[in-house]
Every structure is written in C-alpha cells, then in structure tokens.
Design a protein around this ligand. Structure first.
Ligand SMILES: Nc1nc2c(ncn2[C@@H]2O[C@H](COP(=O)(O)OP(=O)(O)O)[C@@H](O)[C@H]2O)c(=O)[nH]1
Ligand SMILES: [Mg+2]
Length: 396
C-alpha cells in the first residue's frame, strides 16, 4: 500500500486532492485538523490516504511519496499503518484491524474529521435466534424454527427486526393446534355434555370453570350445572360453591365415585355440566381413576375431559403434567396465566406437538372476563412479542 498525506482548507478540499492524485480506489486512513494549512496559513485538514494496490511502479514518483528504506519497506508507510492498526484495536476491539480496508474504504465514513465505525450488517437469522431464546422457546425447538426461518428468509428484502418477528409468528402460528369452542352454538343432543377439568393444583381449574360457566349462563343463556369431585376434602370445595351461588348455578359435591351418577342425575336440567377436580398436588390421573370410570361409562351423557395448564410452568414441567394426566386422554387444553409471564415460548412444545388442541386461554384473575378462545395467530404473537391485554380476543 502506498500512503500519503494531503492538506486542504476543509475536508472536501482535502478529499478532492486525494481523489485527483490517487484516483477513486483511494482508502482514507485518518484525518486531523491543523492550525495552519498550505501556503495560506489558515486552519485546515490533513487527510492521510493510501492505495490498496501494492506499490505500483508509478507511485514512487508521485510528489511527496515516502522514502524507501534499505530493506525495501517505506518507513513512513509502516509508521502510518502501525498507528492506524493500534487505534482500531483500541477503539473497536481486538481483531478489528483485519477489517481495516473495508471499514475505512469510504470517505463517507468521515464525520467531523473523525472516522466512525461501520455497523455490522443485520443478520435476520441471527435476529430470529435471539428472539426465540429471549422468548423462552426450548433450545431444540429454537433450532427447528431457525432452520425453517432460514429456508423462508432467502428473499432479498431489507430485513428489520419487526419483519423477522412477523415471519417467526407465521411459522409458529402454523404449528399451533387450537380447538375452538368446546361447545356448539346450539344444543345438538338431548344428553347433557359433561366436561371434566383436570390439572395440577393452583393452575386455575376452578377459576376457569367459573369463567366458562358465567360465559355460558350470562351470554348464551344455557343451563349449566357444576360438580366438584372432592378427592381431598379440604377447603377447595367451598370456592366452587361460592361461584355457583353467585351465578345461580346448582353445585354438587361428590366424594365417592358411587355417588357420581346420582349427582349428575340431580343436574338433569343442565345442558352442560362442568366437573372440577380438587386434588392433591402430587395426585394425577390415579386419584381420579375411580371417578373416571363412572364418567366415561357413557349412556346418559356425553363426556370429555380438558387438561388445564399454566403458562407460568416451565417446558419440562408442562411435559411432566402432560404425562401425569395422559391416562385421562384429555381432548383439549386450557392455558391459564398467560398474563403472568414474559416468556410464553415455553408453551410451544405442548401446543405444537402434544396433539391436544388448545380451547381456551386464561388472561387474568377476573371472573368472568379474563378468558378467551384460543387463537393460533394471537398465541404466536404473544409467544414472539410478549403478552399484551388488547381486549380483542373472542370469548365464546
Ligand atoms: N393471573 C392469572 N391468575 C389466574 C388465572 N387463572 C387463575 N388464576 C389464579 O390462580 C390461583 C389459583 O386458581 P384456582 O382456580 O384456585 O386453581 P386450581 O387449584 O387449579 O383450582 C387463583 O389465585 C386464581 O385467581 C389467569 O388466567 N391469570
Ligand atoms: Mg380448584
């Protein structure tokens, strides 16, 4: 590289001289202000520039060309290079001097007489990876989604973070399995629908049942009955009874499987019977098994079960819950507490791979309003962008 300094009254003046003498391939290495410039003696700018071509023969004869040392290395060129490299390593971090030519090659990078570093190019695939990790998607899912993203992101568009988010939402939404309402708009059978809600303690089963019951009673004017399977006999039974009383809905408490049939019979006026299970935290399908054999015996009612999980559970816990209740063969999921976590990506494996579609989403503690029908696009948006209460969810 041939290196040379040019003086000018201002930056444009100096750059004009650089271009005139070294041509359009000149690389700007540094610039500084001077007290005096040229023959006029007024303040000016000195620009040090070089030509990447290694020492073309004609360069030696240019006015002001550095002198050649005995070993063939131009002394002033070596000093200038050392200075530039030292400064780059200092300001932009170790290794950055390797990019010296690319970074300095444009006079447009000069501002106020100083060189400013170029930003690294925006990498949409890297951005997608970052978003998925920050949103709590498990690592192996991140890999699959990033691979799908890579395949679809070949378009030569000007990628920005919102565009990366949109494509990720599209990919995620496509995978999510949603059921829609558990209830047909109108009564389709003379037999009541009996729906059992199972899931770990504290996820929001009783609250969800109250929300759904209120929705059916108040909005759809459908007769609803509630049953509580009391497998633990402490406290939790009262909660459902209070909700039932508030809504004017009959509640049956059943502590023995042999009484279950009779209790459902008491609710024969009800078109829909929601069954709560108040179990021990370590209990799962096993403690419900004797009740299940009655519920699933068929005949007088239609039966299905729903697994309630909380969005605050980690992916591994959700998986464990799924296994604990697999024997019950839940036909749908309710996901509660999406309002309580910033990383909904942990729900992705359950909603994408469990083959149990999501029916409802719990969005807060308020009964009855904080529930909506599960919607793939909305869930995907919340997983990628975080949850936000916008009130536009569908409730029935
Ligand atoms: N933030 C939030 N809290 C909820 C939601 N659903 C239920 N909860 C709360 O979770 C706690 C346990 O709910 P509960 O219905 O008693 O759980 P259960 O043991 O499964 O019956 C209560 O304080 C509820 O108010 C929800 O969607 N969002
Ligand atoms: Mg409960």
């Amino acid at each position: 590289m041939m290196i040379k300094s040019f003086e000018g009254g201002d930056m444009n003046d100096a750059l004009r001289k650089v271009k005139k003498e070294l041509g359009p391939d000149a690389v700007i290495l540094s610039s500084r202000k001077t007290e005096r410039s040229g023959s006029s003696g007024t303040p000016g700018v000195v620009v040090t520039a070089g030509l990447p071509q290694m020492d073309p023969p004609w360069a030696r004869d240019l006015p002001g060309a550095p002198e050649e040392a005995p070993d063939g290395v131009r002394l002033s060129e070596m000093d200038a290079l050392r200075e530039v490299i030292a400064r780059m390593e200092r300001e932009w971090g170790p290794g950055s001097s390797r990019e010296i030519q690319g970074l300095l090659a444009r006079a447009g990078h000069l501002s106020g007489g100083l060189l400013s570093p170029a930003l690294p190019p925006f990498d949409p695939v890297e951005e997608a990876r970052k978003i998925l990790a920050a949103s709590g998607f498990p690592e192996e899912e991140q890999e699959d989604l990033v691979e799908a993203f890579r395949l679809l992101s070949y378009q030569p568009v000007d990628w920005s973070s919102p565009q990366v988010q949109s494509l990720l939402q599209f990919l995620v939404a496509q995978k999510l399995d949603v059921a829609g309402s558990l209830f047909s708009g109108e009564r389709t059978s003379d037999r009541p629908q009996v729906i059992l809600f199972v899931g770990p303690t504290g996820v929001g089963k009783t609250t969800t049942i109250a929300k759904i019951a209120a929705m059916l009673v108040a909005r759809q004017r459908r007769p609803v009955g509630l049953v509580n399977l009391d497998t633990y006999r402490i406290g939790a039974v009262e909660q459902l009874r209070i909700y039932g009383d508030l809504m004017g809905v009959p509640v049956e408490v059943v502590s023995s499987p042999s009484r279950l049939s009779g209790a459902i019979g008491h609710l024969r006026e009800s078109e829909i019977i929601l069954v709560d299970s108040a179990g021990r935290s370590e209990g799962g399908a096993d403690e419900l098994a004797p009740f299940l054999s009655v519920l699933g015996s068929g005949g007088a009612w239609e039966f299905k079960s729903v697994l309630v999980v909380s969005a605050t559970q980690k992916s591994d816990d959700l998986n464990r819950t799924l296994h604990r209740f697999a024997k019950i063969r839940p036909e749908a999921l309710v996901v509660t507490k999406v309002d309580e976590t910033g990383s909904l990506g942990s729900l992705y494996p359950l909603l994408a791979h469990s083959r149990i579609p999501a029916a409802y989403v719990g969005t807060g503690q308020k009964v009855p309003e904080d529930i909506e029908l599960a919607h793939g696009g909305r869930l995907a948006q919340w997983m990628i962008e975080g949850w936000s209460r916008d009130g536009s969810g569908v409730r029935t």
